[in-house]
Design a protein around this ligand. Structure first.
Ligand SMILES: [Zn+2]
Length: 198
């Protein structure tokens, strides 16, 4: 797939979820009053994933650069995760998200959306087939939202998505929809190892 600026993939993944800390919040106000480390065994999951990759050059051209790029990339993932129920019958929590600015496997910015059910129930297959409609729903949310730099209704507030989070999400989604049709491919070497901090 080299030479293409964006690509979609589908395949089996092995997800390791590790809780590394917990946050203490005040009742009612939800005000954060600190965090502490915890040590729990990792949870393992074998499942299927839909994967979106961009080349570094395209990502940078579309505003995914600077110190906030990880936050912006992840917030695009969260937005897609939230609108997934518009194209596939699921709850947002049925779809896990792993966001990597440089995936060890693809060597580029990568978003994994995986079935949170052991073995997978076919969500990634439907998302793969309907990805254009899925991306269009996400773009619609970003473009209709009246906020300036992102808010909880679209990509998340700037403290979470970065100051350029909304603009880069809009540009990336528009690029994915206006560019050449994305041709999907299976993930090579079958298993991709994902680690996700909870
Ligand atoms: Zn907004």
């Amino acid at each position: 797939m080299d030479g293409e600026d964006a690509a979609i993939w589908r395949g089996e993944v092995h997800v390791t979820s590790l809780a590394t800390m917990y946050k203490k919040v005040r009742f009612y106000t939800r005000e954060s009053v600190g965090a502490e480390d915890i040590h729990l065994p990792a949870e393992e999951l074998d499942s299927e994933a839909f994967v979106l990759t961009l080349t570094d050059a395209t990502a940078s051209e579309l505003g995914l650069n600077g110190g906030d790029r990880g936050a912006a990339w992840r917030s695009l993932g969260s937005l897609l995760q939230r609108v997934a129920p518009l194209v596939v019958r699921c709850q947002p929590r049925d779809l896990g998200l792993s966001s990597q600015v440089r995936s060890p496997h693809f060597q580029r910015p990568t978003l994994y959306f995986y079935d949170t059910v052991q073995g997978g129930v076919g969500l990634s297959e439907i998302l793969f087939a309907a990805h254009r409609r899925w991306f269009a729903h996400a773009l619609d949310v970003v473009e209709r939202c009246e906020c300036t730099h992102g808010c909880p209704a679209c990509v998340g507030p700037p403290a979470q998505a970065g100051m350029l989070g909304k603009e880069s999400a809009r540009r990336i989604l528009r690029h994915l929809l206006d560019g050449p049709q994305l041709v999907g491919a299976p993930i090579e070497d079958a298993e991709e190892e994902l680690a996700r901090a909870r």
